[in-house]
Design a protein around this ligand. Structure first.
Ligand code: AMP
Length: 381
């Protein structure tokens, strides 16, 4: 029996633990919240990631440690690495935590990225915007997520004042400075999810098309419909180069823009990713199972699709009626056990099938459902 430790106890850890069990891998989760939903399906150690006593309790008897979020404090991985193997490598975390490091590496590996500049002071921000040109996006280097921590700037007479306002809004010592990126007039957003095993084998899932609402992922379609020939090959080449450069082990996701028939890289997540949830039913071996296989040193599973089309819909804020949701034919339901709250990802539903139109129609039926009642689902976390 292998015991896998997971830093973070949210839905990603929960789905990792659910995928791990049939492989003979038990999971233990470290999370500051006693309500962590991974605790419903895995052993839960409640404690702070930077607390040596909590880390010690967590690490006891583990074979390997992984994480479900990229903002793991370096103190935690530094301490853990001395006692137990950590995968993916903490270096990937360091890159994934800093948008400048990330884009610099992408470019180094031959990937297209939007023009970008770093800025730490208001004067530097003015200079960076002048260098990149408007329209552009100002983001925090660190700790941004779901579109938070960013401001779009357009050219116009009030641009200098807007730059000042953006600096006032985003400047914070925790953000590690700012990045200015050229605005990409993309046709759509895609992502690629790839996995590298202990012996260096790489497998890549088909490119996914992603749609956001209010900065939060709402729908993912796999494979990305109508993909121009060559883009999947480009994505595989880039993901492979990235995994090999980082001597990576586990699943990695890269968010991409498709623009004028080419791919530009936006950011990476050194972990399983929301745009890969469809793989649970839509592929031969899910991203969660493949991550567990990779970090546990087991052979990788196939990333081929189980059926020609899959769509994943995020359930955000609150779940629909359980009866109504389960009455929809062919819809796979994943409720995370979390209480509803505006903007919170509380579950997802996946439809797979042989026809893109039928799959999307079934996914639209999920989105059309009215809200359910908290009592019906009975979640408190
Ligand atoms: P991020 O936090 O980098 O994932 O950005 C959140 C969202 O903002 C992305 O999913 C895009 O829709 C949009 N976005 C981010 N960067 C750019 C950019 N350079 N050009 C255009 N849109 C962007």
């Amino acid at each position: 029996m292998t015991t896998l430790g997971i830093l973070g106890g949210g839905q990603l850890a929960r789905m990792l633990a659910l995928a791990a069990a049939p492989l003979g891998v038990r999971c233990r989760v470290l999370e500051p919240s006693p309500l962590a939903v991974a605790g419903h399906v895995a052993e839960l150690v409640v404690g702070d990631y930077a607390d040596p006593a909590a880390l010690q309790t967590f690490a006891k008897g583990l074979d390997v440690v992984t994480f479900e979020f990229e903002n793991v404090p370096a103190q935690a991985t530094d301490w853990l690495q001395q006692h137990v193997p950590v995968a993916p490598p903490p270096r990937a975390l360091a890159v994934g935590q800093d948008r400048i490091a990330e884009k610099t590496l992408f470019r180094h590996l031959g990937m297209l990225v939007p023009e970008f500049r770093a800025a730490s002071t208001c004067a530097e921000l003015h200079a960076a915007v002048a260098a990149v040109g408007a329209p552009c996006v100002v983001k925090t280097r660190r700790l941004g997520y779901d579109g938070k921590g960013q401001v779009r700037l357009h050219s116009g007479p009030d641009l200098p004042a807007r730059i000042d306002a953006a600096f006032a809004e985003l400047d914070d010592p925790r953000h590690g400075g700012l990045i200015v990126e050229a605005f990409v007039p993309f046709t759509r957003e895609l992502s690629v999810i790839a996995v590298r095993g202990a012996a260096g084998a790489v497998a890549v899932y088909p490119l996914v098309e992603n749609h956001h609402e209010g900065g939060i992922l709402r729908r993912s379609h796999a494979p990305a419909p109508g993909l121009a020939p060559g883009l999947q090959r480009d994505a595989v080449q880039f993901a492979t180069a990235l995994l090999e450069h980082l001597d990576y082990r586990g699943v990695l996701a890269v968010e991409l823009f498709e623009c004028q028939g080419r791919l530009l890289a936006n950011e990476m997540a050194p972990r399983v990713h929301n745009s890969g949830h469809w793989t649970i039913e839509g592929s031969v071996c899910s991203q969660f199972e493949n991550h567990v296989r990779a970090v546990a040193g087991l052979p990788l599973g196939s990333t081929a699709m189980a059926q020609p089309a899959a769509t994943m819909v995020n359930l955000i804020g609150e779940l629909p009626s359980r009866r109504a949701l389960l009455a929809l034919p062919g819809v796979h339901v994943h409720a995370y056990g979390k209480a509803g709250r505006a903007g919170r990802k509380v579950g997802h539903a996946t439809v797979v099938g042989s026809e893109r139109a039928a799959v999307d129609a079934a996914a639209a039926a999920v989105l059309a459902l009215g809200p359910g009642s908290a009592a019906e689902w009975g979640f408190v976390g």
